[in-house]
Design a protein around this ligand. Structure first.
Ligand SMILES: [Zn+2]
Length: 176
């Protein structure tokens, strides 16, 4: 407990020296005892803010940092600063990731455009199917009317033939 207290007093004395960082050993053993000037446990976080050179570098900060009226601006790094080469690699990877994200966004926009187009085409297809079914129904009724007409025509021809035969028989009987 005495070591944690001494560690706290060390950190509290240098709370605004952001270039300071805690050694790995201290980070592991003293984590729960690090408090900010507000006498609250300072949680260990990772730096992922846009523009930071040391992405993922851990630090201890005031837990009330979101509230400007309460925060004490306590800040101390948990990890040492990254070597120059590591920073370069991180920047390169971030750029690559950004380009990939942009590519993905473009692809998503294209996909959404295609989906909308597909919906319109589907609606058109449904309406065309409806029209096709209507046309088929009309065609069927025409075919039925045609068949009925043909039937009537046949029976009319038969009647006409019968009348001719009867007239011919009457004429034949008169001149016999
Ligand atoms: Zn604080």
């Amino acid at each position: 407990m005495s070591t944690s207290r001494s560690s706290n007093s060390l950190i509290n004395n240098s709370y605004d020296n952001s270039h300071l960082f805690m050694s790995r050993k201290n980070y592991n053993s003293e984590f729960e005892y690090i408090k900010c000037k507000c006498d609250l446990v300072a949680p260990c976080q990772e730096a992922w803010r846009e523009g930071t050179l040391d992405s993922g570098r851990r630090f201890f900060g005031c837990s009330q940092f979101k509230d400007p009226s309460k925060r004490c601006n306590f800040f101390v790094w948990a990890d040492p600063p990254y070597p120059e080469r590591t920073r370069e690699v991180i920047q390169y990877l971030k750029q690559k990731l950004r380009a990939k994200n942009e590519e993905l966004e473009r692809a998503m926009a294209e996909l959404s455009f295609m989906e909308k187009k597909m919906l319109v085409l589907n609606e058109e297809c449904v309406s065309l199917r409806c029209k096709n079914a209507e046309a088929e129904a009309v065609g069927k009724s025409y075919a039925e009317a045609g068949a009925m007409l043909q039937k009537e025509n046949k029976s009319y021809s038969r009647k006409k033939l019968l009348v001719i035969v009867v007239i011919a028989w009457i004429i034949f009987s008169l001149f016999k």
